[in-house]
Design a protein around this ligand. Structure first.
Ligand code: PLP
Length: 370
């Protein structure tokens, strides 16, 4: 089909994790633990839902481009409203960044097996996409700095990273930043910021308001609003001004914007979610290690396990699915021998370890030694 450019033809359509209903129907199960998409298992912030519901009477009116949310965020984070953008999830803003700043000859640089959403968006622009391998499942910032060339326009860093769950530290970022020319835009994707922010080694990018750094955050994770599609970003006013030129004018939707504002006013839900996640990470980590699995220590709301082969990973994924536990195979990210498992409710986490234990018991030895 000559109408389709080769860089679009070669993309794989996004494959979402399996939905609860389809797994329930396929296996005739009553209880499903969906641990595939790093969602908040406690649901959404009740204040967000309330605020969203209040907008329903005005759905006949067009939204205002996220202005109220931008104002709230500007106050909360002590920046100007001209330094804030709101959009349809942080991926919506990422897509604007790709459209606003990349020219045909520019290159994008990131880690191997980066967040799949970014991979797809960058590749769909048809520019050169270069990667550097992980070092011990962390971004290798030294190698990334060394790989910057005269065509590099964007460096994408997710911190904490998806799918590994690891972070780079303040010190590492400071060192890296010293080597990045001002003409290179750094996207700091902090979708999992709230889970890592209390780690003293974590570099909260609001302390790095450099002119060439864009911070992206989202309400999809800790605030439990993945279905509402609402995210935000902070950057120099010149960058935001140009992003606003390409952003679809009526993103985010009115209910999504209200949900974001409501969520910010709900510290109790945030606190409860953080506690449940910390409990989940501990439980899953200990349970998996007791089975002899290789678990990467995580600063987010999921863990990654490394298995001896792609076949083993696929087998475990299928076996767990049949027991009602949906986890995420990482072939699409480029890590076919790994699985990513989100923290769930206490009950979900128990089901997960029990299911893994049964798979393990039936395959002694085969899944050890990742
Ligand atoms: C690193 C990272 N960035 C961005 C996103 C997308 O977030 P949003 O729902 O705000 O588009 C995700 C979601 O999984 C993610 O893991």
């Amino acid at each position: 089909m000559p109408l389709v450019p080769p860089y679009i033809e070669s993309l794989q359509p996004y494959q979402a994790g399996r939905g609860i209903e389809s797994v329930r129907r396929q296996y005739g199960l009553s209880r499903i633990a969906k641990l595939a998409s790093n969602e908040n298992p406690l649901g959404a912030s009740p204040k967000a839902v309330e605020a969203m519901t209040r907008t329903f009477g005005g759905l006949n009116l067009y939204p205002n481009g996220g202005l109220e949310l931008r104002e709230v965020l500007a106050r909360e984070f002590e920046v100007g409203v001209e330094n804030v953008i709101a959009g349809s999830g942080s991926e919506g803003i990422m897509s604007n960044i790709i459209r606003a700043f990349l020219c045909d000859e520019d290159e994008v640089l990131t880690t191997e097996a980066a967040f799949i959403g970014f991979q797809v968006l960058a590749r769909s622009r048809g520019v050169t996409y270069r990667t550097v391998p992980y070092r011990d499942w962390h971004y290798d910032l030294e190698a990334l700095a060394a790989a910057i060339n005269e065509n590099t326009k964007i460096v994408y860093l997710a911190n904490p990273n998806n799918p590994t769950g690891t972070i780079f530290t303040r010190h590492q970022f400071d060192e890296f930043y010293r080597h990045v020319p001002e003409r290179v835009l750094i996207i700091l994707d902090e979708a999992y910021f709230e889970y890592a922010k209390d780690n003293p080694r974590y570099p909260d990018s609001m302390h790095y308001r450099y002119d060439n750094v864009i911070t992206l955050r989202t309400f999809s994770k800790i605030y439990g609003l993945a279905g509402a599609r609402i995210g935000y970003g902070f950057a120099h006013e010149e960058l935001i001004r140009n992003l606003l030129k390409v952003k679809l004018p009526f993103e985010p939707s009115t209910p999504a914007q209200a949900a974001g504002i409501g969520a910010l006013a709900d510290p109790e839900f945030l606190h409860r979610s953080l506690e449940a996640n910390a409990r989940g990470l501990r439980y899953l980590g200990q349970g998996m290690e007791a089975l002899g699995l290789t678990v990467i220590p995580s600063q987010a709301n999921f863990v990654m396990i490394v298995l001896p082969s792609e076949e083993t990973a696929h087998h475990i994924f299928e076996e767990m699915l049949a027991q009602g536990v949906v986890v995420r195979p990482l072939g699409a990210f480029g890590l076919g021998n790994c699985l990513r498992i989100s923290t769930g409710t206490d009950e979900d986490n128990r089901l997960c370890i029990e299911a893994l234990g049964r798979v393990y018991a039936a395959n002694t030895g085969a899944i050890r030694a990742g």
